[in-house]
Design a protein around this ligand. Structure first.
Ligand code: SAM
Ligand code: SF4
Ligand code: SF4
Length: 363
């Protein structure tokens, strides 16, 4: 047993100063109404998915033929213009997501175009990993910098249930091997633990991540969207997971890499790498939230829990200069802080309110 008790998750060691938000902000650098800059963009390339994870896209609520027709999705040309516009207003990190992004046809071609955009310093992708074995090399060669693979269980039957009966852990493990062979280093593993569902998976997953040189991130089960039947009792708080891991492999807190980093990071004292905890429910981080999201049909969401998104197509039609201006104005009008309000009200969730679905904005 480790002898030291870890400090609370919200006791951040040495937070970097506000100026570390953006030392090199471009001329058009909006701050929202809570003085937060725009630095990250999550862009969904597709709203369809080959899984039906019950916490995201439950099969009984989201039918198989759900999905936009291809004409409603932004084209590669439009996506490239959207990302150029966001880069002009300060975005430096871009993450492609979905639905399942590897279902988007000719994705490596898109990645090559986005990797070449001035200002985009970090290009990452989040995937369920089921199709990764066949695509890892092409993604790497196209210029993708980083990969995150979602893995909620290693036990085959639990994994299968958590994918809505559609996924096999063996495929994901083959995908991870292929990605490592293709040259991706420091692959992140996203894991959502739910009480009474996959709690027993947390230590085996940590062991697996340590052995493979991957960085595990536990994400609290969130009340995102309206179709997943979220219940507060199902949330396993980050502090509890951290303490379980700490009891097995002692941890030491790490300083944040930058202001607004959503995961609380720890290093394994024995040199087994690092691990992180994203406590959106128990320790909200809205104060430093500098992330925008764009859905596959080109709508801008300034919060993961927003009810509506602004249609970017009319803004794009006005030309690149006007597009960047419109983005800056939209960001300037932003005052979102849903998770903080939820925590302050000490309510599970204001269930009556409309909220965008996770599979439309990609996490
Ligand atoms: N399909 C890809 C995948 O699963 O990695 C990308 C999209 S998925 C919406 C992105 C992330 O959102 C995944 O890591 C998934 O575990 C997470 N997620 C989905 N629903 C969630 C929920 N209700 N609470 C917390 N995380 C959730
Ligand atoms: Fe699909 Fe990812 Fe949602 Fe699971 S979490 S249903 S893999 S989009
Ligand atoms: Fe950002 Fe909205 Fe999440 Fe708060 S609730 S951290 S504002 S996305």
């Amino acid at each position: 047993m480790p002898n030291a008790t870890l400090p609370p998750l919200n006791a951040v060691p040495s937070p970097p100063p506000a100026s570390s938000f953006a030392p090199d902000l471009p001329a058009l650098s909006p701050r929202d109404r809570l003085d937060r800059p725009l630095r990250d963009l999550r862009l969904s390339v597709i709203d369809a998915c080959n899984f039906r994870c019950p916490y995201c896209m439950p099969a009984d609520r989201v039918p198989d033929d759900h999905g936009l027709d291809s004409a409603s999705r932004l084209s590669f040309d439009q996506i490239e213009r959207v990302v150029r516009g966001f880069a002009r207003v300060g975005v430096r990190k871009l993450r492609l997501t979905g639905g399942e992004p590897l279902l988007r046809k000719r994705l490596p071609e898109l990645i090559a175009r986005l990797a070449a955009i001035d200002g985009i310093e970090d290009l990452a992708l989040t995937t369920n990993g089921s199709l990764l074995a066949a695509q890892a090399r092409a993604l790497r060669e196209a210029g993708l910098h980083r990969l995150t693979v979602s893995v909620d269980a290693l036990t085959p039957s639990v994994f299968s249930a958590l994918s809505g009966g559609r996924g096999r852990i063996e495929d994901v493990l083959r995908g991870l091997d292929a990605a490592t062979e293709a040259g991706f280093a420091g692959i992140k593993l996203n894991c959502v633990i739910q009480r009474g569902v996959n709690e027993d998976e947390c230590l085996p997953l940590a062991e697996f991540a340590r052995a493979g040189g991957h960085t595990l991130r536990f994400i609290e089960y969130m009340d995102v969207g309206t179709c997943n039947g979220w219940r507060a009792e199902r949330v396993v708080p980050s502090a509890e997971l951290r303490d379980r891991i700490h009891a097995r492999w002692p941890l030491q807190p790490l300083d944040p890499n930058y202001r607004g980093e959503v995961a609380r990071r720890y290093r394994f004292e024995d040199g087994g790498g690092e691990i992180g905890f994203v406590g959106s429910i128990s320790t909200p981080f809205c104060g430093d939230c500098h992330r925008a999201r764009v859905s596959a049909d080109g709508r801008l969401y300034t919060c993961l829990f927003a009810a509506e998104g602004a249609d970017l197509r009319p803004w794009l039609a006005q030309g690149d200069e006007a597009f960047a201006q419109s983005l800056a104005e939209a960001w300037g009008a932003r005052a979102d802080r849903y998770s903080e309000l939820r925590a302050a009200a000490r309510e599970p969730s204001p269930g009556a309110r409309k909220r965008v679905e996770m599979f439309l904005v990609g996490g």
